[in-house]
Every structure is written in structure tokens, then in C-alpha cells.
Ligand binder design. Sequence first.
Ligand SMILES: Cc1ncc(COP(=O)(O)O)c(C=O)c1O
Length: 374
Amino acid sequence: MRIYLDNAATTPLSNEVIDAMIPFLRQNFGNPSSTHQEGRTAKAAIEKTRKVVAKAIHAITPEIIFTSGGTEANNMAIKCAVRDLGVNRIISSPIEHSCVFNTVNRMGGEAIKIEYVKLDDCGKANLEHLKELLADQSYTTLVSLMHANNEVGTLNPIAKIGDLCANYQAYFHTDTVQTIGHLPIDVRTMNINFLSGSGHKLHGPKGVGFLYVNKKNLIEAYIDGGGQERQMRSGTENVASIVGLGQALQGAIDQLDERKAHIEEVRNYFVAQLQAHFPTAHFNGDYAGDCLFTVLNVAFQTKLPVSMLLFKLDLNGISASGGSACNSGAVSKSRVLNQLPITDEYQSVRFSFSHYNTKEEIDKTIATLQKILL
Ligand SMILES: Cc1ncc(COP(=O)(O)O)c(C=O)c1O
């Protein structure tokens, strides 16, 4: 049996999600825009999921737009805010997911100023600096800062960021792809204008996500066509996947405390075992503090390149992911880790957990790491 410790990349579909989706791949095949029974059944299923998503984040149903995933939702929020809300400055961070980072950079130019908030050594946004930036009120500003970083798990204080944005009349977009269904989120009390989520990090399907758009922020069509998804995002909906997203999110919310307790136990056990067997290893980010409990980014002191380390783990049946990207065969440090104080004699591996992981898997992983590294 393989050991899957890469749940921040994606998660396996749960049986409940598969069971919920199958009828919408078989008999309930209707086009949700059709007015006959098949169409109405499909439409009702989409609206049911919309309610689940809205309730999960304390929004109202018209504020939820289904998309093809987190990437599209992030693109939509940023591009529409610039196009439709007069945004002429974006404040973001250099460790956002590429779908935010590259979108923000593409928007930058003469008409749109891009500013990056300073980060602490764990990758957390410096709120004093954010306040200083926001104090310049000569712009219409969008702040785009993620909730949890996908490589190191560092959490931004999104309620405080939302407060600051509200005080300085800035729009606030947050990417919650890694946290939705793991941590409670309230778009009202957190003053969030745009929020992005995805299905596949919480045992739902890939290729489906959503954007929350606060009802006061009137944006126009991001994808033109038949006007599905509140005239903002046209295209015949991915009904089965939307149903899967709803089932996955409902399951995550119903079992939030149990799953969290289990994952924390497995992760804490892994930390203790690593500290016992690899005394020179350390953890990137604020692993014992403001860190998403599903992520543990470990820096091993080794001469073995991280690509080889991951390859050997893989050969031994263990899936994890690197803090590095491979470009034309050359291994380079990831953009995120580049912003953190990590010295070159360390190789960083991201282990990320779900409630399916067990302590026995951790024991096997430790034994394999000992075989590879010691
Ligand atoms: C923080 C974050 N944002 C956005 C995305 C992109 O989401 P999707 O894969 O649904 O397009 C990911 C996925 O890796 C992510 O981790």
C-alpha cells in the first residue's frame, strides 16, 4: 500500500463524494438550463451545493459563483476587480499561489500599481507594513492575500487583514483553497469581498471550485455566453463535480473537529519522530503556531538534492512534494521558499496530511527516511 502524504496537492475522492456524483453521471444527465424534468433535477442539485457553500462561509447564495477551480476563481476575482471596480493598485505578497502571483503581475503596468507586503520569517504578512501601504489613499486598492500558504502552511490573520481593508476602503480578496473545510471562515465578520475555493483539496473532485463575490461588488461577466452562474460565468455547468464539491464540503464541515484532531495527532507524532531521529532537521514556517494543521514543511540537512530525495521516497511507496521546482533538469528553490530564511545545505520536503493518514504510515515514512538519509 502506498503512503500518500501530498494532500495539499490534491486529495483522494471520498466514497461519499463518489456516491453523490454517480447519479449525475448516469441518470441525472440533464442540462441545468433546460426547463424539463432532467434539467430541473440538475439545476436543483447545483442550487443545493450553492447553499452548502454559502452557509459554510456565511455568505448568501447569489454571492457564490461556481468555476472550474481555484485558479479560475482567483483569476476572476483579480481581473474583474480591476476591470469593473476601478482598482488601480493591488497589494499582494510574493508567496501567493502562482495563479494569484502571475495574475497580479500580469495586471501590473502604468495603469495598475503592484505593491508587495513585507513578510516575516515564516511568510506571514506584516500588518504594520500593510497598514502603511493602505494609508496612501490615492488609489482604489485590492488586497489579495492567501489564508494558508500551500507550501509551508503559514496562516495569515485574514480577519485582521479584512478589518484593515475595511478601515482603508480597500477591497479584500483571499485565496482559501487550502483552508476551506479545514478552518471556519466568515466572510461577513472578516470583511472579505472576494474568496476563492476549490473542490479537490477536501476529498472532492478536481476541476471545480467557486468564487464568493460580496453582493455589493458588482462585477460583470468573466466568461460571456448563455449567462449561467449569475451572468458572471457562462458555460454549461459541471453538474456532477459541483454535486461532489457540495458533498465534500458538507462532509468536511460535519467532521471538522474530528478530522482536525486526527490530523493534528498524526502530524504531532511525525514532528516528534522527526525531532528524535533527525536532530538537525527543522521546520519551515511557523509549524507549531500559525500554521495550517494539514501541512508540515521539513528542511533536512543533506547533500542529496530534493528531487532525488522525493524520487527515493516515491520508489519506496511514499508520495510527498518538494519545496523546489525543476527547470530544464536544474533544481531551483521554490519562489515561496526563496522568500524564507533557508540555507542551502537544507533540502525541503512538504508533507501534507488528510484524515486518512495514520501513525503506522508515519512510522514507515520515518524508517524510509532513515534508510535514505542516514
Ligand atoms: C493556495 C492555492 N490556490 C489555488 C490553487 C489552485 O486551485 P485549482 O487546482 O483548483 O485550480 C491551489 C492548488 O494547488 C492552491 O494550493
